[in-house]
Design a protein around this ligand. Structure first.
Ligand SMILES: [Zn+2]
Ligand SMILES: [Zn+2]
Length: 153
């Protein structure tokens, strides 16, 4: 599915299920990790997680409806947050999903290696190898590789 197709689908769902026009942008954002979509309060655009496509179009439409609930309620000055009664009601009326299905969570691990004692260490974030040294021997560290580990469901 292309971005244009996504845009047209969101416009169609908005008109069919809400009876209202969607006048902003809908885009795929591969940086969304575990959420299916996101509504941006500042410029009113919607982000969708392209990984949700593996669950089929029904799930994607459920996610679109969920995000459109935030969108329309916010623009109308009504309670647009998950705990608001108006949100829950609109979500039920339109058949939006409460939660996006889980995508298997991936974790990036960066492997470093000590030049002196040969120990390797894993870090979740990049470290500055000019400043950080091996914890056991204070030897110099070198970057080895970045691995992506899947945590499953
Ligand atoms: Zn939400
Ligand atoms: Zn060392």
């Amino acid at each position: 599915m292309t971005s244009e197709e996504l845009q047209r689908l969101v416009e169609k769902v908005s008109l069919d299920s809400f009876g209202k026009l969607f006048c902003h942008q809908a885009i795929f954002n591969a940086r969304l990790k575990t959420t299916g979509g996101r509504y941006h309060l500042n410029d009113h655009h919607l982000d969708f997680n392209p990984k949700m496509l593996v669950h089929g179009e029904d799930v994607l439409i459920g996610i679109i409806k969920h995000e459109l609930c935030h969108y329309h309620l916010h623009l109308e000055g009504k309670g647009y947050q998950h705990q608001d009664a108006s949100f829950k009601e609109l979500l039920m009326q339109t058949g939006g999903l409460c939660f996006a299905p889980r995508v298997s969570q991936e974790v990036k691990v960066i492997i470093y290696h000590c030049q002196t004692c040969g120990k390797s260490l894993q870090r979740r974030r990049k470290i500055n190898t000019q400043r950080y040294v091996c914890a056991s021997c204070h030897g110099k560290l070198t970057y080895v590789e970045t691995r992506v580990l899947s945590l499953g469901k």
